[in-house]
Design a protein around this ligand. Structure first.
Ligand code: AR6
Length: 175
C-alpha cells in the first residue's frame, strides 16, 4: 500500500500521529511560531531533552519524545532562512523532510505530521515550499528504510495555506 499524503488545517500540537515535526532553530532551545507552540504543549521536559541534543544544523533532524503531546515523538528539524532561493534553500528544505522521515521511521513511526517548515518566520514562499515538501516526501517514501510510514499529513495553520497545499498535492497526483 502506498503511503497516504494529505493536507489538513490544524494546530499540530493537537494531532495524534505517531510523530510530529517541529520547525525549530539551530539551538533547539525553543522559539516562536510552531516551535513555541510545541514547547508549550509538550511541557518543560521537552526543553530539558533538547538541551542534551547539542543543537541541530540546517537541513538535519533530531528526535525527542513527545512528552505531554498525543504524538509519541517530536522530530526537530531546522529549515533554511529564505534568502532569495539561490542559496541552496530548496535542497536544504528537502533535506529537512527527508531526514525527519528517516528519524521517525527509525523509531517505528507509521504516521507523521509536518508543519509548513520555513514558511513563517524564515520567509520561504509557501507554494515553492509546498512543492519541495510534497515531492521530497513522495520520493523519500520509495526508500526501503521508510516503508513503514503509511500516512503523512501536511499540517497547515491557515485556510490559505491549506488551499495551496491541496492544489499542489492534486498537481502531483496525490490520493
Ligand atoms: N500548528 C501548525 N502550524 C503552525 C503552528 C501550530 N501550532 N503555529 C505556527 N504554525 P514558523 P519557520 C505555522 O515561523 O518559518 C521559530 O522561532 C506557521 O503559520 O513557526 O521554520 C523557530 O524557533 C507557518 O506556516 O517556522 C525558528 O527560529 C509554519 O508553522 C523559526 O521560528 C512555520 O512557521 C523557524 O521559522
Amino acid at each position: 500500500m502506498p503511503a497516504r499524503l494529505s493536507a489538513l488545517r490544524a494546530d499540530i500540537t493537537q494531532l495524534d500521529t505517531d510523530a510530529i515535526v517541529n520547525a525549530a532553530n539551530s539551538s533547539l532551545l525553543g522559539g516562536g511560531g510552531v516551535d513555541g507552540a510545541i514547547h508549550r504543549a509538550a511541557g518543560p521536559e521537552l526543553l530539558a531533552a533538547c538541551r542534551l541534543l547539542g543543537g541541530c544544523k540546517t537541513g538535519e533532524a533530531k528526535l525527542t519524545p513527545g512528552f505531554r503531546l498525543r504524538a509519541r515523538w517530536i522530530v526537530h528539524t531546522v529549515g533554511p532562512v529564505w534568502r532569495g532561493g539561490l542559496q541552496g534553500e530548496p535542497d536544504l528544505l528537502a533535506a529537512c523532510y527527508r531526514h525527519a522521515l528517516q528519524q521517525a521511521a527509525a523509531k517505528g513511526a507509521r504516521s507523521i505530521a509536518f508543519p509548513c517548515i520555513s514558511t513563517g518566520i524564515y520567509g520561504y514562499p509557501l507554494e515553492p515550499a509546498a512543492r519541495v515538501a510534497t515531492a521530497t516526501v513522495r520520493s523519500s517514501l520509495a526508500e526501503p528504510a521508510l516503508a513503514g510510514i503509511d500516512e503523512v499529513l501536511f499540517c497547515c495553520f491557515s485556510e490559505a495555506d491549506l488551499m495551496v497545499y491541496q492544489r499542489v498535492l492534486a498537481d502531483g497526483g496525490a490520493t
